[in-house]
Ligand binder design. Structure first.
Ligand code: SF4
Ligand code: SF4
Length: 291
């Protein structure tokens, strides 16, 4: 099975709109939304949830007042100031490190699982989908991304699919690394602006580091032709293929408002024709990659 990860150096480049379009154009595939800090793909693919699992990423401490002898060893040892003068643990500040349990002389501290989010298996009009929701204030998004990818692969195997499309997180944080490591190929979506080009460079370096073939799609290329040339020149110099240029068009925004991939919302539109052409080229490239 091939795995194609779509990322961007920063948020707001249209990555999710393009992923939704490709999800509607691809065949025999599964899609996963690994942008777990700000998931949006469900707004365009309208998944019907079939299965939900809890995501437990950490523990939280609590103190049994019946057993506690008020020695304050736990409070003095807590590096996160999570234990109050009244010896009550603040679940928001507690990092679940377990030091308080270790130092307590009377075993009055208990560590319990803390719910960090939910992972979903869903059906969409276009393909099966794995996605997630990280609860507000929760960290460990890299761990959640790894679990969503694993679930998507299991789904693909179970349903006999040969392609996994991943909407990856923007930026180059650990959640992005969790989304791209081990993938067959990647796409970096970039807009022709000064910061976007800088962010694209960093995203490309991640793929180079993990030795994953990578292509670039320039979104809204006609908003700044000079910067588009800059992106193309950078890519040519570094041996990265610009697989497509997507023009700016209001129809993309209309499709988002309608909650549909643009290729479904406006099947005969010139933007859809451009996206079809880009997807065909991506499929060709994927066919030539080894894994
Ligand atoms: S588990 Fe760690 S962070 Fe939480 S209260 Fe105990 S020492 Fe503090
Ligand atoms: S270390 Fe144990 S006994 Fe001491 S204050 Fe904390 S919970 Fe109570």
């Amino acid at each position: 099975m091939k795995e194609l990860v779509i990322v961007s150096g920063k948020g707001g480049t249209g990555k999710t709109s393009l992923t939704a379009a490709f999800a509607a154009l691809a065949a025999n595939h599964v899609v996963s939304d690994c942008d777990v800090d700000a998931p949006n793909l469900h707004l365009l693919l309208a998944p019907q949830v079939e299965k939900t699992e809890d995501f437990i990423a950490s523990k939280v401490a609590s103190i049994d007042p019946e057993l506690c002898t008020e020695c304050y060893a736990c409070k003095e040892s807590c590096r996160f100031d999570a234990i109050s003068e009244e010896l009550i643990v603040d679940p928001i500040l507690c990092e679940g490190c377990g030091v308080c349990k270790l130092v307590c002389p009377v075993d009055a501290v208990t560590l319990t699982d803390s719910l960090s989010g939910y992972i979903y298996t869903s059906a969409t009009e276009y393909c099966p989908m794995a996605h997630a929701l990280l609860l507000p204030g929760e960290a460990n998004s890299g761990k959640l991304v790894a679990r969503v990818r694993q679930l998507a692969k299991e789904l693909a195997k179970e349903k006999g699919k040969d392609l996994l499309l991943v909407d990856g997180p923007p930026g180059i944080a650990c959640s992005t690394i969790a989304a791209i490591s081990g993938a067959s190929a990647g796409i970096v979506v970039v807009e022709p602006t000064v910061p976007a080009i800088h962010d694209m460079e960093r995203a490309l370096q991640l793929f180079v580091h993990f030795q994953i073939p990578v292509m670039v799609v320039i979104n809204k290329f006609d908003l700044n032709l000079q910067k588009t040339k800059g992106v193309e020149a950078y890519c040519a110099e570094h041996g990265v293929e610009v697989i497509g240029r997507v023009p700016f068009d209001d129809v993309m925004i209309q499709a988002v408002v309608a909650g549909k991939p643009v290729v479904v919302y406006a099947p005969k539109h010139k933007l859809t024709q451009a996206l079809r052409g880009i997807w065909e080229k991506i499929e060709e490239r994927l066919a030539h990659h080894d894994s």
